[in-house]
Design a binder for this molecule. Structure first.
Ligand code: HEC
Ligand code: HEC
Ligand code: HEC
Ligand code: HEC
Ligand code: HEC
Ligand code: HEC
Ligand code: HEC
Ligand code: HEC
Ligand code: HEC
Ligand code: HEC
Length: 400
């Protein structure tokens, strides 16, 4: 708040009283020396000292000659500090130290400091503040955005430096408002400084989500803890950034954060990928999905959920089963249940056909399928260059 505002409101005569000035009211005072006009203390007068000072190109040093370098008065002239307690050169003498005009207060509430939009003087007489080359710097105030507003994000669309146009009171090319984001789709990417009140809607700087997006579950892909308007579009690049774990990009966790196989996003991923039942070699993602090379590769996150499963498998989300996957033969195990795949669920033990006698047991299979099973009916594995391999579930019937 300006330090003298209360005084103005109360009127100058009252002000003098409020300042405990011992001298007679203005009028008598001006006759004393004739240095100043009678209206020196009357804000309505052409002779008011603030107005005179502006006309004198704000040269406070000229006043200091009589009123003292610290404006505390000399034998030649009285103190200014009766009314300007911190001295007339204080930052809140001529304007508020923290202005409330336009969108000042809202930016301050958002933690935006003066230096992000202005060159901030350390003294009233810093070049370019109110004086330029010895004369008054004409209005309006200079807006110089060099900090966050000037950021150009990766892939950004900056065409010029961030700028404020006093004529339209509009900002352009300001990073913070989405104007230089690739295609953010905000409704007010070139905001007006004078726009009044109300919270700024999320959609003013970028769409909710931006038009390039297929999903609006922001936290799936942008960590909720990501710093906002910091110059970086926070998207994990690691394949386990949004789904999976350090061990594998496959769920769990799924996109909603689920850990249990009863969630369709988790399901039997690990049963297939690590093959703990030792029925098959571990399967790669590509068995069931087109695998993206990068996060933004075509076919990955550019469509709305659910995730795509390769068409050949005949995946039916409603029943959570695969309709045509050859692996399970006629069986239709449910993706979200355990215990769905044991000897006998996909083919008989033994299969009921001419090649087999119904009384064969698991111990008999080795007689004719020695590459596939051992004498106890366990599936055989051999070490391969990229992990264990087996003749079982490899797409070939191995028999004599
Ligand atoms: C030549 C010396 C001199 C200079 C330079 C001078 N003043 Fe003064 N000023 C005085 C004297 C003496 C008084 C008290 C008597 C009077 O009002 O004439 C005074 C009074 C004032 C008062 C009234 C203070 C009060 O308590 O009554 C104000 C305000 C003021 N000056 C502002 C300024 C400003 C602003 C400047 C610079 C633009 C300035 N003066 C330059 C000599 C000076
Ligand atoms: C009796 C009280 C009083 C004294 C003494 C006084 N001022 Fe002021 N001053 C005011 C008032 C009132 C204003 C106007 C505030 C406003 O416009 O909101 C003001 C405004 C100013 C401004 C701001 C001008 C502007 O346009 O923003 C300056 C600079 C200033 N005074 C300098 C001085 C100096 C230098 C002295 C001493 C030489 C002095 N004042 C003494 C009451 C005083
Ligand atoms: C988000 C950018 C921004 C921030 C932050 C900001 N300003 Fe401003 N400031 C402006 C704009 C825009 C104007 C209007 C310029 C015009 O009128 O042409 C302005 C005007 C001003 C003016 C002229 C008087 C007025 O009220 O219009 C002063 C003085 C000023 N600012 C000081 C400050 C100070 C001190 C701070 C920090 C407390 C600050 N500003 C923070 C953008 C900003
Ligand atoms: C004697 C009066 C006066 C004093 C004292 C003063 N200012 Fe200003 N200030 C102004 C005026 C007038 C403007 C508008 C300048 C313009 O139109 O270019 C301004 C503008 C500004 C601006 C906006 C940027 C600019 O340069 O236009 C900032 C920031 C600012 N002042 C900060 C400060 C700080 C910090 C202090 C204390 C170190 C201070 N002011 C002291 C009169 C003053
Ligand atoms: C499926 C993952 C995903 C979801 C969900 C998502 N985003 Fe994004 N978002 C991204 C990726 C990836 C990028 C980087 C795009 C690029 O580099 O092409 C991005 C970029 C952005 C950008 C910068 C846009 C630009 O033009 O540079 C903004 C803003 C953004 N997202 C906001 C959101 C908001 C708000 C939501 C929720 C309403 C959301 N996102 C949901 C993945 C996502
Ligand atoms: C003042 C402009 C502005 C407003 C208002 C705004 N955003 Fe943003 N938002 C941005 C900018 C700029 C980015 C670019 C990335 C960055 O710097 O954080 C961004 C990025 C994002 C992102 C991507 C993650 C990130 O930070 O990189 C999400 C998610 C997001 N915003 C959500 C929201 C939500 C939710 C709201 C409303 C509560 C909102 N935004 C309001 C400017 C804004
Ligand atoms: C045996 C087939 C199979 C394999 C192998 C497989 N997935 Fe999946 N995946 C699925 C099925 C089925 C879904 C569920 C689709 C749905 O929700 O409609 C799914 C869903 C997903 C989802 C979405 C999760 C969610 O929350 O909606 C991601 C991400 C995923 N898989 C990644 C992977 C990755 C990475 C790999 C390899 C490391 C992999 N999958 C291997 C069958 C498989
Ligand atoms: C920014 C978050 C994010 C990152 C990082 C990410 N994914 Fe995904 N992933 C998703 C989303 C969202 C889906 C669901 C897409 C859908 O609904 O079609 C998905 C689905 C998948 C699927 C299932 C098939 C599909 O496209 O639907 C696979 C496979 C997959 N991701 C692999 C990867 C790989 C490999 C990487 C590393 C290159 C990776 N993901 C990085 C968000 C991400
Ligand atoms: C006496 C030899 C013999 C024994 C013992 C035997 N099989 Fe076979 N099996 C065959 C022959 C021959 C085929 C047909 C090979 C072909 O199609 O090329 C066959 C094919 C199969 C097939 C693939 C065709 C189908 O009908 O599904 C399965 C599965 C199979 N056997 C499982 C078993 C199991 C399990 C056992 C032990 C319980 C077993 N077999 C024991 C000879 C045998
Ligand atoms: C997930 C379904 C599934 C389960 C469970 C399953 N099999 Fe098979 N099995 C097949 C398929 C499909 C074939 C056809 C050929 C191939 O790809 O190996 C087959 C073929 C065989 C064969 C014929 C030899 C061969 O390699 O083709 C034997 C023997 C066999 N299975 C034994 C077993 C035994 C023992 C178990 C229990 C430990 C078992 N199977 C569990 C799907 C299954």
């Amino acid at each position: 708040m300006r330090s003298v505002i209360a005084i103005v409101a109360a009127g100058v005569c009252a002000a003098l009283a409020a300042c405990s000035d011992p001298r007679p009211p203005a009028g008598d005072g001006c006759a004393k020396t004739g240095v100043h006009g009678c209206g020196v203390l009357d804000p309505a007068s052409e002779e008011f000292h603030g107005r005179v000072l502006a006309e004198l190109d704000w040269d406070l040093d000229a006043c200091a000659g009589c009123h003292g370098a610290d404006f505390a008065g000399t034998t030649k002239a009285p103190t200014c500090r009766t009314c300007h307690a911190d001295g007339p050169t204080a930052c809140n003498t001529c304007h508020e130290a923290t202005p409330t005009t336009g969108a000042h207060a809202r930016h301050r509430a958002g933690g935006v400091t003066c230096d992000q939009c202005h060159r901030v003087p350390t003294s009233w007489k810093d070049e370019g503040h109110i004086r330029v080359a010895g004369v008054a710097d004409p209005a309006p105030a200079e807006v110089t955005m060099t900090d966050r507003a000037a950021i150009t994000p990766t892939g950004g669309t900056r065409t010029a430096a961030p700028a404020f146009d006093p004529a339209t009171a509009t900002c352009t090319q300001v990073y913070c408002h989405g104007d230089v984001l690739a295609a953010a789709g905000g409704t007010s990417e070139q905001p007006r400084w004078s726009t009044p009140g109300g919270p700024t809607p999320c959609t003013s700087c970028h769409g909710q989500p931006p038009p390039s997006h297929a999903s609006n579950a922001c936290a799936t892909c942008h960590p909720a803890s990501a710093p906002h308007i910091d110059g970086v579009v926070d998207v994990p690049t690691a394949c386990d950034g949004c789904h999976g774990s350090a061990a594998s990009p496959a769920p769990p966790r799924d996109l909603a954060g689920n850990q249990f196989i009863t969630a369709i996003g988790v399901g039997a991923h690990q049963a297939h990928l690590t093959a703990p039942s030792r029925l098959s070699a571990p399967l790669p993602c590509a068995t069931c999905h087109a695998v993206p090379a990068t996060v933004t590769a075509a076919g990955h996150i550019d469509s709305a959920g659910p995730a795509e499963v390769v068409a050949a498998l005949g995946w039916d989300r409603t029943t959570a089963t695969c309709g045509t996957a050859w692996c399970h033969r006629a069986a239709r195990p449910v993706w979200t249940r355990t215990g769905e795949a044991a000897c006998g669920t996909c083919h008989g033990v033994p299969p009921a056909n001419a090649n087999h006698i119904p009384t064969f047991t698991l111990r008999d299979c080795v007689l004719c399928h020695p590459n596939t099973v051992d004498g106890f009916g366990n599936i055989k594995f051999v070490a391969g260059p990229s992990g264990p391999t087996t003749a079982h579930l490899d797409g070939d019937v191995d028999a004599p």
